[in-house]
Design a protein around this ligand. Sequence first.
Ligand SMILES: C[S@@+](CC[C@H](N)C(=O)[O-])C[C@H]1O[C@@H](n2cnc3c(N)ncnc32)[C@H](O)[C@@H]1O
Length: 239
Amino acid sequence: MTLPPAGQAPDKGPLVAAMFDRIAPRYDRLNRLLSLGIDGAWRREALAAALADGPARVLDVATGTADMALLLKRARPETQVIGVDFAETMLQVGRAKVARLGLEVSLQRADALALPFADASFDALTVAYGLRNFADVERGLAEMRRVLRVGGRLVVLEFPPPPANLAGRALRWYGRHVMPMIGGWISGDRTAYAYLPASTEAFLAPAELSAAIAAAGFARVQHRLQSFGVSALHVGVAV
Ligand SMILES: C[S@@+](CC[C@H](N)C(=O)[O-])C[C@H]1O[C@@H](n2cnc3c(N)ncnc32)[C@H](O)[C@@H]1O
């Protein structure tokens, strides 16, 4: 079955998990290479937003190989950090990084659409480049709102669809031609690295994603484009 690029697709979950399990061993290296190392700066900006109110307990949803969770823990060692993802091999790569750094970050297998946590159990929640892969974005946002306490911060990093200008055209060309070639070459999975940019093209524009976040029960929702719109940071406060 072909993986639908984005949007509501009830049977998309297992295909997404299997795809990330396949590319997990090369995922980090390709992230750095394909973003030309700039993803570190995008994540640090998200980190600052997530830690702004000094949260005691933070959840990183769709944590993958735990880059965001590790940044959070290193920046604020006294904070309890939990990462969840439904791709076990991504989590295994993450657990090896956690062990290597000697940090206490719990990485658990869970579906973002049915989080195994009580209502209002986190002070902040991050999701980096995970949302557009969800089979049901609205349900994912509702789950995130449910596990956040009132006043808790939601911080989302996502790749918006390339804008209709020259930079966007260049980005679309890079996604359609360069990413599948380099990604396929290094990971051995060209399909995955064709899906990733295609899912970006099919995803919500930043204003639409901000509206979806607000509709899920968040106030003061703001977004900021990063690197001329290659990435976008969204922040909202649970109400
Ligand atoms: C592009 S990766 C991002 C990983 C990590 N957050 C990062 O910044 O590198 C997307 C991740 O979302 C996870 N994911 C997608 N849908 C999910 C869901 N419904 N529940 C849990 N994890 C999900 C995938 O397994 C994958 O690890």
